[in-house]
Each structure stands twice: as C-alpha cells, then as structure tokens.
Write a protein that binds this ligand. Structure first.
Ligand SMILES: Nc1ncnc2c1ncn2[C@@H]1O[C@H](COP(=O)(O)OP(=O)(O)OP(=O)(O)O)[C@@H](O)[C@H]1O
Ligand SMILES: [Mg+2]
Length: 269
C-alpha cells in the first residue's frame, strides 16, 4: 500500500529581528492512499505551514516527506492544492480553468476533453462550462477549483479551508460533494478547516493540532465520513455520537485558545 509519510517534520521561521517562530515541531504521520484526513487546531498552530510543506512550496527545517516511496522536494502535479478562494483564472471559461493543468502538461484536447467533461458533470457544472469564472457564485467557483485539481489526477489533494468562504447552505452541499468525490476517486485528501462540525463530517481521520510549537495534539478515527457518503449530512449530525464528539473537540480547542490568550496577557503584563 502506498502512503504519504510525514517523518519528524519541524519548521522554524527565522525573523528579521533575530527571533524565530517554531511553526512545527516533530510532526510524524502516515497517511494511506485513499484516506480522508481533516485537520483542526487554533489559529497559528501550523496547519497551513504543514500543507505548504506537503505541497512542496516550503522545505522543512528538519525531517522529510515521502510519497509512494520517493522524497518530496518541490511542487508536483501528484499533489494538488485547493485554496479557500481566489486561485482561479477569473477571466477564463470554466472549461479552460479545469483543463489548465493538462494543457500546461502539453496534452492535446482529445486526451483531456473526455475527463474534463466528466469532471464538470460530477461537480454539476456541465451547463456552465463556457461561462467565465467571474460570472459564477462562490460555491460554483469552488466546484471549478475541485474539478481543476482533479483534472491533474493527483495522488493527494491538499485543501486549506476550501469551504471557509461559503454560506452555510452552500457549504453543506459542498461537504456532500467532497465526500462524493472522495468515494468516487479514491484519492487521498487532507483538509484543513476551522469548523469542528466539518472536520467530524469529512474526516475519517481527524487530527487536532496544538500551537507553540505547532504539533500533533490528538488523533481520532471516526465513522461519520463513511456514514455520510451519499446521505443527507443532516442525518449524520443527529447521530448521538456525533454530538458527543463535537462537544469533546470543541472543549479541547476552547481550552487551547484560552491558554493562548492567558499567555498573551501574561506577556503583555
Ligand atoms: N513565512 C513565514 N514567516 C514567518 N512566520 C511564519 C511564516 N509562515 C507562518 N509563520 C508563523 O508560523 C505559525 C504557523 O502559521 P500557519 O499559517 O501555519 O498557522 P495556521 O494554523 O494555518 O493558522 P490559521 O488557522 O490562522 O490559518 C504562525 O505563528 C505564523 O505567524
Ligand atoms: Mg492557515
């Protein structure tokens, strides 16, 4: 079984004033092909830094990442990224956005047209493929971003709060779509979110990170993503276990936030 292996990663940012930030310290994880892992944690605990290292945008100061046995040293189409917003070519059509990766890889239209049409169908944008991105709603734009990422056929999809800018109703629909894509494609997905509910719904694994230094605090294995695939997610939220886990994790994150605030007050005093 191929895996994404995060082996004792630390990341230290040296600041111009001579001080430094230890954004990550000794993070180790093994993520199997096809796993869907959500990541939660207070602001500043290193979630985006970890994702940027996995994407190859940043080199860690210690440790290494390997994917399917080879070391990650920079960005590559095998690891696709979906951002919160703003990473699309607004003036281009939906179809041109989704086919961007294959076209840049030098593929001819007949090689990618079928896949792109299929992806547009899956994300519900078949009738919008000739529209420019700026003409679409936020939810539709995020569907374009998902399809564009999948068009590169990555092994791993990295998502940094992909649904964070959407209204509640659109967000719930998109959560269903993420589960559907996960089930249909079998891709490995790592999804950062600030929403405890979203992390529970979408993570068969849920990683809670702690700050200063950014590290793994706790990990859960959860049944809700499997339960929710193809179902109304509101039904999943009614499962008694779901409410219990939500309370447990909310309390954990609140306690961390309070500790951070306390330390900030001490430092200011
Ligand atoms: N390029 C950088 N230079 C210096 N410090 C950085 C840099 N990038 C991140 N940091 C610091 O590293 C820490 C972790 O940042 P990161 O953006 O990974 O947190 P996060 O968990 O994604 O937070 P949020 O939930 O607010 O998005 C923070 O203290 C941040 O200020
Ligand atoms: Mg972040």
């Amino acid at each position: 079984m191929s895996t994404l292996s995060i082996d004792n990663i630390s990341m230290r940012f040296d600041l111009p004033n001579g001080s430094h930030v230890q954004a990550l310290k000794n993070v180790s994880l093994e993520i199997k092909t096809g796993e869907l892992m959500s990541v939660l944690g207070p602001s500043g605990c290193g979630k985006t830094t970890l994702l940027n290292i996995l994407a190859g945008f940043l080199a860690p100061t210690e440790g290494q990442i390997t994917l399917n046995g080879h070391r990650v040293t920079g960005p590559d189409a095998e690891r696709g990224m979906v951002f919160q917003q703003g990473a699309l070519f607004e003036w281009m059509s939906v179809r041109d956005n989704v086919s961007f990766g294959p076209r840049m890889a030098g593929k001819r239209e007949k090689e990618w047209a079928g896949t792109v049409d299929h992806l547009l169908e899956v994300v519900g944008l078949r009738d919008f493929k000739e529209k420019a991105v700026y003409e679409l709603s936020g939810g539709m734009q995020q569907r374009v971003a998902l399809a564009r990422c999948l068009a590169n056929d990555p092994d791993v999809i990295l998502m940094d709060e992909p649904l964070g800018a959407l209204d509640a109703l659109t967000r719930e629909k998109m959560q269903g779509l993420v589960l559907k894509l996960w089930k249909e494609t079998g891709k490995t997905i790592i999804l950062i979110t600030h929403s405890v509910e979203e992390a529970l719904l979408l993570g068969e694994r849920l990683l809670v990170m702690a700050p200063r230094p950014g590290r793994v605090h706790k990990e859960y294995r959860l049944p809700f993503a499997e339960l929710g695939a193809g179902r109304d997610l509101r039904e999943v939220k009614k499962v008694p276990d779901f409410a219990a886990k939500r309370e447990e994790i909310l309390t954990m994150i609140w306690d961390m936030e309070e500790e951070i605030m306390g330390r900030a007050e001490e430092a200011g005093a």
